[in-house]
Design a protein around this ligand. Structure first.
Ligand code: PEP
Ligand code: MN
Length: 338
């Protein structure tokens, strides 16, 4: 961290400020006296240094971080990839490709079991399905709630697929005890109370990128979960809000290699919410695999025109079968290259 002091700062003030920084934080302070102003360089672990406090001091002209503010999620301090183990067959981040597939909303036992069986045959290794739905309109279907969780568990029993479903509030954590991966949706990426509570569990967490979140904000949200002691975080790029209106969001493909560079956490991609259009799911999913994603989460519905939510972006089980074949073939081709 680099701190530039105002030219009017006296030697006593500089000494007092330097002593305080050393006392408050685990850092050493290097000092350069220029003709106009003095520059302080903080060396050591600066991730918990309060930059706003420093910026607010009368003697400070400017302050700049040169190190990322996240530590546990940072590849610099954890060079090897994190692998999130779900069960004996599914480990996310181990170099294999995992596809989570299923409907946006769980609608009935027949629907979820039928879709689960179909996607399992096509190679999906996890079942997704929303029971608690964060909808833009309060008049839209809000999910079957706890009944939806029960139906997901029935589908898991029928197929053996671990289940992924979204949590919306802290008081529901006990209810999600038997869920294999707890999804934190884009709208809750900065629900810090929820992140902190999930950090106290050992549950695998699928952390979606916020609608307009920067990569650093997204990693700071992962840091919240990890700071509580839960390292089982999987990141999910699901498109961000841009000026483009043709698609529901804009898939940020560059986020995949950037996350791989900055963090050791696995990253998967959601081409369904990124595009909002079923015909875009295949090309975006292919691009995600080519860019190094550890997995995908894809909305699949047995009757998209009648889906209770997100029908326009849902593909059918037959379409999923064809997409999955191409994705696994692409993954294999990429592995043979290396
Ligand atoms: C979802 O996965 O159903 C969902 C609501 O996604 P997001 O939080 O990415 O909008
Ligand atoms: Mn959806």
């Amino acid at each position: 961290m680099i701190i530039v002091l105002k030219p009017s700062t006296s030697p006593e003030q500089i000494q007092h400020f330097t002593d305080k920084l050393c006392a408050d934080y685990d850092v050493k302070v290097n000092r350069w006296d220029g003709i106009q102003s003095t520059v302080l360089g903080l060396i050591g672990d600066t991730h918990n240094v309060d930059i706003e406090y420093i910026d607010a001091q009368d003697i400070v002209e400017s302050v700049k971080r040169v190190q990322e503010p996240y530590k546990k999620a940072n590849r610099k301090f954890h060079p090897e990839n994190t692998v999130v183990k779900i069960n004996d067959k599914v480990s996310i981040g181990d170099g294999s490709l995992h596809i989570m597939a299923g409907p946006c909303s769980v609608e009935s036992e027949e629907q979820i079991v039928q879709i689960a069986k179909a996607v399992s045959v096509s190679g999906a290794t996890l079942l997704r399905g929303g029971a608690f739905k964060p909808r833009t309109s309060p008049y839209a279907f809000q999910g079957l709630k706890s009944e939806g969780l029960d139906l997901l568990k029935i589908a898991r029993k029928e197929t053996g697929l671990p289940i992924v479903t979204e949590i919306m509030r802290t008081s529901h954590i006990d209810m999600f005890e038997n869920v294999d991966i707890i999804q934190v949706g884009a709208r809750n990426m900065q629900n810090f109370d929820l992140l902190k509570e999930l950090g106290k569990t050992k549950k695998p967490i699928l952390l979606k990128r916020g609608l307009s979140a920067t990569i650093e904000e997204w990693l700071m949200s992962a840091e919240y979960i990890m700071a509580g002691g839960n390292d089982n975080v999987i990141l999910c790029e699901r498109g961000i809000r841009t000026y483009e209106t043709y698609t529901r969001n804009t898939l940020d493909i560059s986020a995949i290699p950037i996350i791989k560079k900055l963090s050791h956490l696995p990253v998967i991609v959601d081409p369904s919410h990124a595009s909002g259009k079923s015909w875009l799911v295949e090309p975006l999913a292919m691009a995600a695999v080519a860019a190094g994603a550890d997995g995908l989460i894809i909305e699949v519905h047995n009757d998209p025109p009648h889906a209770w939510s997100d029908g326009a972006q849902s593909i059918t089980p037959n379409q999923f079968d064809s997409v999955a074949k191409k994705l696994f073939a692409l993954k294999k081709a990429l592995q043979n290259e290396n």
